[in-house]
Write a new protein. Sequence first.
Length: 138
Amino acid sequence: MATKKKDAANAEGLQLLEGKCRYCDTLLSVMAVDQEDADNMSTEQCTCAGSMYAGVERSATALIDQLFVDDDPDAHWAPASTVQVGLIRRLATAVIHCDILGATVNLGTTQAKIVAGKSSPVMISRKFTTEMSLEAVE
Ligand SMILES: [Zn+2]
């Protein structure tokens, strides 16, 4: 009996479930495949501050991966180390939560800059630190 029920749900894929936001326990009715999916969807759709911060943190993680983890196809720079990426993620979280206004991390040949954006909670950038200076002599 239970197997038949599960098969019917799988055949249709989605069912109407009450999902609970992980941050504020708000219940939302969503079309989901199971309870875990319903809770995930409700957390994403909830408009509470916890859900908003989590969304921004997910977005910042994707940006950090793009700049510091993924292999750069144009070989501008090498991926940062696991410790460096961890620090950058923690600093981004601190900026998102307004604990700090920004931070700059010296990675050797490149520099990571994490600051509050003008129209977003956080802006992350990476630039080369190498500089060439020449002095003219008499
Ligand atoms: Zn919520």
